[in-house]
Design a binder for this molecule. Structure first.
Ligand SMILES: Cc1cc2nc3c(=O)[nH]c(=O)nc-3n(C[C@H](O)[C@H](O)[C@H](O)COP(=O)(O)OP(=O)(O)OC[C@H]3O[C@@H](n4cnc5c(N)ncnc54)[C@H](O)[C@@H]3O)c2cc1C
Length: 188
């Protein structure tokens, strides 16, 4: 097995390293102190194609791979871990879920703007009584005609409440699809 970085992965590492030195590090301490969200930095990350590295070009991405994606997250986190977490959540648990399981309509509506960096996503699993133990999820989703009624409380959700957060995928307990089986946990 060849563990050397590909030309593209090396380019991502070098570009992100330079970006962190020049743009992120000079602002990181002040951002930490003020708690302000760095919309300008996110826009520049989007311009560099960081928000869509592993997704195909037809879905707004760069057609790269997940090793490249994680090199980018690692380098960003060197300067400011908030940016690494923001990128990780948007790509790994929101955009990737849409890419793997979403309908074409959902991909066009949410994945494309996310991969282009115009919007970001959030994933809500953790609850006051369910963190490591995701099976203890209490939030419920009950069908009501063509819709679902969701009730519950989530906490510690990265990216939530930001101006450009367009989609939050949450986990919720649903009744088992087969009689006698245990409840299921699905994402909405
Ligand atoms: C920076 C940050 C970002 C986050 N972003 C998100 C997000 O976007 N979406 C989201 O849903 N959640 C998010 N979370 C929440 C995170 O997923 C939970 O905090 C995590 O799952 C732990 O759950 P908890 O806080 O309830 O702790 P608990 O599960 O209560 O764990 C408390 C302690 O008990 C230990 N422990 C737990 N179970 C066991 C066991 N069976 N055996 C031995 N030890 C155990 C744990 O290791 C830990 O030390 C984020 C958290 C942080 C810190």
């Amino acid at each position: 097995m060849d563990f050397r970085l590909t030309e593209e992965q090396s380019m991502i590492r070098d570009t992100t390293h330079k970006f962190v030195d020049e743009v992120v590090e000079p602002q990181a301490e002040e951002l930490e102190r003020s708690g302000k969200y760095p919309y300008d930095i996110i826009n520049r990350m989007a311009d560099l194609g960081m928000m869509g590295i592993p997704f195909p070009v037809e879905y707004g991405g760069s057609g790269g791979d997940w090793v490249g994606m994680h090199i980018c997250i690692e380098e960003l986190s060197r300067g400011d871990a908030t940016l690494g977490a923001l990128l990780d959540v948007t790509t790994s648990v929101v955009a990737q879920e849409l890419y793997e399981f979403g309908t074409e309509e959902q991909k066009q509506k949410w994945l494309v703007p996310m991969a282009q960096g115009k919007e970001i996503g959030a994933f809500g699993l953790t609850e006051p009584g369910a963190g490591s133990d995701a099976g203890a999820t209490k939030t419920t989703a009950v069908p009501d005609g063509d819709e679902w009624i969701i009730n519950g409380t989530k906490q510690f959700i990265t990216n939530i409440g930001l101006d450009n957060a367009s989609l939050v995928i949450i986990t919720a307990r649903t009744k088992a699809s087969e009689a006698g089986a245990r409840d299921e946990i699905n994402t909405f």
